[in-house]
Ligand binder design. Structure first.
Ligand code: GTP
Ligand code: MG
Length: 432
């Protein structure tokens, strides 16, 4: 641990100081140190420690504890992340370092090490978004901050699917912070951009809560081939691994292949499935919620058929599925009255309505979020296929224009290639 005395005016000056005076070459290390000094606690360290999904303490007395099912509550209750503090607090706004005459000792810590499993994931994410990161970070290769740099950055962000509103927001804020802080080096500019993007993405970082209701009913929707069934399979595996019992519902009743695909996931994960040849997807969903309750399942995952937002009759069908699931929550069977436990309510399902988006669809992903959110009031997103040709910037567009939480992101077809979304990790992976 190295200790030195510096005089500071702002985070950007600190970043410059760390990079130039101490000769720190690593972008992430500089960012980590700036964060450390300004926020006292590094959110990256905290976020990487939380596990796949979380369970809120059940609101007694209505909810039975998971322990009754033999599941370990500890496995479902990692510490929730506290909201990130503002990246650049204004003068007198808690930023003890901000003030022109402050002279303080700075402990220079080693960069926080992510747990090995999470680090593996972060590396995979970085590799997946490497192309985008390469073209954005190339912008900061020069030695001065000038108009040409801002223009190249604008182009690079637009090319990364960030969209006009988010790009303009980031550039305006960036110019303002550069002006306020007086930084002159492009690397310091990049640090500010990482901090700004993290701040923009932060509202999307939210854990999926499992266990508040029993069962927690999760309805999954999206366009054809987005990765709904695969993501349900991956989620089922994670839930099972954490001791939660899962019931799958094949509400994609149109295609036999769709039912078979979900059955394979059910077999693989040794979980039960409610499926029906042909018939009404809303009826299958109703049956699944009822069965989930009667069988004491922790989670019911409902897979729906793919559809385009422009197929209005299919969007209407989706609304009907939601309405019928809501009714299942009120019904005696679903409410547990048949088990002689009238107080055991599951509230108003579906507790989660997730939209699965293919990360390769670029700005069209935002259109999908808007359309499905208007129709269903989404509670969360799963963004798949961020490996391959996906550029990743669309998450910033979503954050700016329709900030629905991103519960998970997928970077591959394998079971383990679905993970929680972390704003800071993502910002760093995207910006290189
Ligand atoms: N590379 C990659 N492929 C994925 C990912 N998630 C899903 N896939 C693949 O995407 C294809 C479609 O996945 P499905 O899960 O069948 O998609 P779906 O949304 O259920 O499709 P429909 O039910 O037909 O609407 C499959 O080949 C999956 O293996 C991912 O994160 N990365
Ligand atoms: Mg499917």
């Amino acid at each position: 641990m190295h200790q030195s005395i510096v005089r500071l005016d702002n985070p950007c000056a600190l970043a410059d100081f760390l990079r130039i005076t101490l000769g720190l070459s690593s972008q992430e290390r500089v960012s980590a140190l700036v964060d450390r000094v300004f926020h006292r606690m590094d959110d990256h360290t905290k976020q990487t420690m939380f596990s796949f999904f979380k369970k809120k303490p059940p609101p007694a007395p209505a909810v039975a504890p998971l322990a009754e099912t033999g599941a370990s509550p500890a496995s479902l209750t990692p510490t929730p992340p506290s909201p990130a503090p503002p990246r650049f607090p204004g003068p007198g706004n808690g930023g003890s370092l901000i003030g022109s005459a402050l002279v303080i000792p700075i402990d220079i810590p080693e960069p926080p090490a992510a747990p090995p499993e999470r680090q593996k994931w972060v590396d995979k994410l970085k590799a997946s978004l490497g192309k985008t990161a390469g073209s954005i970070s190339g912008v900061f290769g020069g030695s001065v901050i000038d108009e040409a740099l801002y223009e190249s950055l604008e182009d690079a962000l637009l090319m990364a699917d960030t969209g006009v509103p988010a790009t303009q927001y980031l550039l305006t804020e960036l110019r303002r912070k550069v002006k306020d802080s007086g930084v002159t080096h492009p690397i310091a500019l990049k640090n500010i951009l990482i901090a700004l993007l993290t701040e923009l993405l932060q509202p999307l970082q939210k854990p999926l809560v499992i266990g508040e209701h029993r069962p927690t009913v999760i309805m999954v929707a999206g366009v054809n081939g987005a990765g709904k069934t695969t993501s349900i399979g991956k989620l089922t595996r994670h839930l099972s691994e954490h001791g939660a019992s899962v019931l799958l519902a094949a509400a994609d009743t149109f295609r036999a292949a769709a039912r078979e695909q979900l059955s394979i996931w059910a077999d693989r994960n040794l979980v039960e499935i409610i499926s029906q040849e042909g018939g009404d997807p809303a009826a299958v969903s109703f049956d699944a919620v009822s069965a989930g309750k009667a069988r004491g399942k922790d989670v019911v995952l409902i897979d729906t058929a793919g559809r385009l937002p422009t197929q209005l009759h299919l969007m209407e069908e989706l609304k009907k599925i939601k309405r019928v699931i809501q009714k299942a929550g009120d019904s005696p069977v679903a409410a547990g009255l048949t088990q002689g436990n009238p107080s055991h309510s599951i509230g108003m399902p579906p507790h989660e309505i997730l939209l699965v988006i293919d990360g390769n669809t670029g700005q069209n992903a935002l259109t999908q979020v808007r359309a499905f959110d208007d129709a269903l009031t989404l509670t969360g997103l799963i963004i798949t296929k961020l490996d391959g040709t996906a550029k990743g910037g669309v998450i910033a567009a979503i954050a700016r224009e329709r900030p629905v939480p991103v519960y998970f992101i997928g970077v591959g077809e394998k079971l383990e290639e679905l993970e929680t979304f972390n704003a800071r990790e993502f910002a760093q992976a995207l910006l290189g």
